[in-house]
Design a protein around this ligand. Structure first.
Ligand SMILES: Cc1ncc(COP(=O)(O)O)c(C=O)c1O
Length: 440
């Protein structure tokens, strides 16, 4: 398979071992449905549906058509002071899909921007209500909230923070993470142990006084750290503690929203409604970059004070609510509904869980975790070479099995299409098994 690319050297790749990649580049030039293709026409099955982005599949004709039509009709218009019809329509559509009470939508261009926007909204909300002292933010160890300064500060993945540690936001604390392989290894779905870890929030309220805390942000199911579902009752307890202390609860649903957990939002699946939801990825099925921050009425209303000719929040992006992205978003919402994508996702869960857990007796495997259509197989690191097994698995899958998988160090992560075909899912895991059989 040739994957030659001209002047590869100019391109500094994100979250990639650049030198290792450039020695053996893996370049995609086309996609359709559940497959990628390389320049020379080799087809690869995508086990990660983009980067948790493309649950419907690649190049869905309806989304492609919507984007083509929109770009020819209105390519861009100013996002401050005037707006475009598609952004208005999409905000209405997405808030109608969101849990009851979440009625307003602020557009961004990515998950990272959604998170930093949400943190700013939380601080502004308290200040508008005369509680500007509430400035502390709480994240969680192993949390991933993107790479901007706010998200990085509340995030809890060590290498993402390490070299920036002196520049992180002040006044941030972290709950302990809920990954407990000793007690919960090979849990199917939510792990039994660990709900008591939600009490960390009470401890921080006692330490700082809850009246100084603005917001708590968590992913309902931690994704990038290697799929860490919450123990039953954990999110409910965070909600209770937030209510007791007047703290805003933010669910970072950049991955969990739009069917990944078999429901429109992760909040629906857990029966817990936060005050703010951050999204991106599935909002446009990954077709055009776009994110959104969805907020309760009470949060929005707190800003809508003062002289009506004044800007209420001095925040926004040139491309907030971009018309072409919004058109992709509207077409994605149509496909989600017309093709019953969330229902298809829910129906695939059992097969996905069974396939993942068939790796429980595989050599090197120390844990398997899953919830909805998010799954991980964790391998023990090779002595003195953490990440080597995972990296080898990724490359062997690509070259030998024509399969794109994602690894974070030695954790293989899976994010199948929400409309995966059962036989293709089975074949893809058979291929992963052949690869893991060959890895020492
Ligand atoms: C939960 C969560 N938040 C934020 C982000 C950052 O999104 P982006 O890469 O679009 O900035 C991600 C990306 O994977 C994510 O999973």
């Amino acid at each position: 398979m040739t994957t030659a690319a001209s002047n590869l050297d100019a391109y500094w790749m994100p979250f990639t071992a650049n030198r290792d990649f450039k020695a053996n580049p893996r370049v995609i030039s086309g996609a359709s449905g559940h497959y990628y293709t390389t320049d020379d026409g080799v087809k690869l099955y995508d086990t990660f549906s983009g980067l948790w982005t493309s649950g419907i599949g690649h190049c869905h004709p309806k989304i492609v058509e919507a984007v083509q039509q929109q770009v020819a009709k209105l390519d861009y218009c100013m996002s401050f002071q005037v707006t475009n019809n598609k952004a208005i329509e999409l905000a209405d559509r997405v808030t109608k899909m969101a849990p009851d009470g979440i009625d307003h939508c602020f557009f961004t261009n990515s998950g990272s921007e959604s998170v930093d926007t949400a943190l700013k909204i939380a601080l502004g909300y308290h200040r508008a209500r005369g509680e500007g002292n509430r400035s502390r933010l709480i994240g969680r160890e192993k949390g991933y909230h993107g790479v901007n300064f706010g998200g990085m500060s509340v995030g809890g993945i060590v290498p993402n923070r390490k070299i920036f540690s002196t520049a992180l936001l002040p006044g941030v604390d972290h709950l302990r993470h809920t990954l407990d392989i000793e007690r919960n290894a090979f849990s199917r779905g939510l792990p039994k142990h660990g709900a008591e870890l939600a009490e960390d929030l009470e401890r921080l309220c006692a330490l700082h006084d809850g009246s100084n805390i603005a917001a708590v942000i968590v992913e309902p199911v931690a994704g990038s750290a290697g799929v860490i579902p919450p123990p039953p009752g954990y999110l409910q307890r965070l909600r209770e503690i937030c209510d007791q202390h007047g703290i805003l609860l933010i669910f970072d649903e950049v991955i969990a929203a739009f069917g990944r957990l078999g429901t429109p939002f992760g909040a629906h699946r857990f029966g817990v409604t936060p005050d703010i939801i951050t999204t991106a990825k599935g909002l446009t099925n990954g077709v055009i970059p776009m994110g959104a921050v969805l907020v309760r009425d009470t949060v929005y209303d707190a800003f809508m004070q003062g002289p009506p000719n004044m800007v209420e929040i001095f925040h926004g992006y040139t491309y907030s609510g971009h018309p072409v992205a919004a058109a992709a978003g509207l077409a994605s919402m149509d496909v989600y509904e017309e093709e019953g994508i969330f229902e298809q996702s829910a129906a695939l869960e059992q097969q996905f869980e069974d396939l993942l857990h068939s790796f429980a007796d595989q050599k090197h495997v120390i844990d398997v975790r899953n919830f909805g259509l998010m799954g991980a197989i964790e391998m023990a690191p090779r002595d003195g070479a953490p990440g080597a097994r995972g990296g080898e698995a990724h490359k062997k899958c690509f070259w030998d099995e024509k399969l794109v998988i994602r690894n974070g160090m030695d954790i293989l992560q899976f994010s199948p299409f929400l409309n995966s075909k059962p036989d293709e899912m089975e074949q893809s895991f058979a291929a992963v098994r052949r690869v893991l059989d060959s890895i020492e």
